[in-house]
Design a protein. Structure first.
Length: 248
């Protein structure tokens, strides 16, 4: 059993972008762009795809990657990873989202280092650079305790809120203040993964629809570090077009 493994949770259906993982970008499904990127950036880590449909399994297995079939009805990607790790048995788990095609070696290494410390869970954030992104509820914000490298709260709302400006911020204000975007990259100790599904769903989690709030609401801490590496999370068809433009 590996001490550390990289598991990518994969769900076929998506509300905002139906079957986005199979959406072809320059002739290749998004999921394969992610798989090949991870394999290049972190070849030293065992890589698994926790899938909920044979179409996803066939997609990755055909290219030599490992897939583990999981239940369709999982409420979150974390639950799906926990099921997959029952077969893998890793002590530390790195979770890259299946719609993050620009994940970098430095980001993965940062998560490996964070989860080797006392934290039960770890994640990453990056600075917002535009007001348009900062006000977008699809861009999740995180407030940090920087000295402690710890997340204080996650929200879809603008946090921190510029009260004196009535929230009407511009790009310069966003760049000058601690405005951080949460990235869909996580690391867990196996013990927390095993407990996650048993933890009561938090009220804040229900309101914000952010599963990481369950961890905070139940008294666990989440280590968080900053990354400056570029990312494109593909949540909508427009994001897919943005990634295609990035490819050139």
């Amino acid at each position: 059993m590996p001490k550390i493994a990289l598991i990518v949770p994969c769900r076929l259906e998506s509300t905002r972008f139906p079957r986005k993982l199979l959406h072809k970008i320059k002739g290749k499904p998004l999921l394969l762009w992610v798989a090949e990127r991870i394999a290049r950036e972190a070849p030293e880590l065992p890589l698994y795809f926790a899938v909920d449909d044979e179409l996803l399994s066939e997609c990755v297995i055909a290219q030599g990657f490992k897939a583990i079939m999981t239940r369709v009805d999982h409420a979150s990607g974390t639950d799906r990873i926990e099921e997959a790790n029952r077969s893998i048995g890793a002590e530390h788990i790195i979770n890259v989202q299946a719609d993050e095609p620009l994940v970098s070696a430095r980001q993965i290494r940062a998560l490996v280092d964070l989860i080797a410390g006392p934290a039960d869970m770890a994640t990453l954030a990056t600075r917002f650079t535009t007001a348009a992104d900062f006000v977008n509820p699809n861009q999740v914000k995180v407030v940090l305790a920087p000295a402690a490298r710890r997340a204080l709260y996650f929200s879809r709302s603008m946090i921190p809120y510029a009260r004196e400006l009535a929230g009407k911020v511009d790009d310069a204000w966003v760049r000058a203040n601690p405005c951080f975007r949460h990235l869909g990259l996580y690391a867990y100790k196996a013990e927390l993964l095993e407990q996650f599904a048993k933890l009561p769903v938090g009220r804040l989690e229900q309101i914000e629809k952010l599963e990481q709030l369950r961890v905070l609401e139940n008294g666990y801490s989440i280590a968080c570090d900053l990354t400056a590496d570029p990312t494109i999370g593909v949540d909508t068809p427009e994001d897919g077009e943005k990634f295609e433009r990035w490819l050139g």
